[in-house]
Design a protein around this ligand. Structure first.
Ligand SMILES: [Zn+2]
Length: 111
């Protein structure tokens, strides 16, 4: 378990962070994995479908990754009301970044 705010690691039987009074989360659910790996974000794109295709390839090629989906992003502010734009951001280790970005661009196309 890990505190989502201060990233302190706790034993699994604890529920809240003593420092921040935040509810602890499973370490694998946190946005930024706590490790010595340097994660780089791939180009952001729209569409869960693409992310499924991309992560499937990453799985086959043994590229570690984690996906962050911003369901309610209004970053572009131009979408009509009621259109859900799921902005997808995939993070990969720096060492795999070149390979991963090539795969990503081959799926989403360059713009
Ligand atoms: Zn904390």
């Amino acid at each position: 378990m890990i505190c989502p705010k201060c990233h302190t690691k706790y034993l699994a039987n604890l529920k809240t962070c003593g420092d921040c009074n935040k509810r602890l989360v499973n370490a694998s659910l946190i946005e930024l994995p706590i490790s010595e790996i340097t994660w780089k974000s791939l180009p952001q794109f729209e569409g869960k479908l693409y992310s499924d295709m991309i992560t499937e390839i990453f799985n086959k090629k043994d590229i570690p990754y984690y996906v962050k989906i911003n369901w309610t992003s209004s970053a572009y502010g131009v979408h009509g009301i009621g259109i859900s734009s799921d902005l997808v951001q995939i993070y990969v280790p720096e060492l795999s970044y070149k390979r991963a970005s090539e795969i990503t661009l081959s799926i989403i196309g360059t713009k």
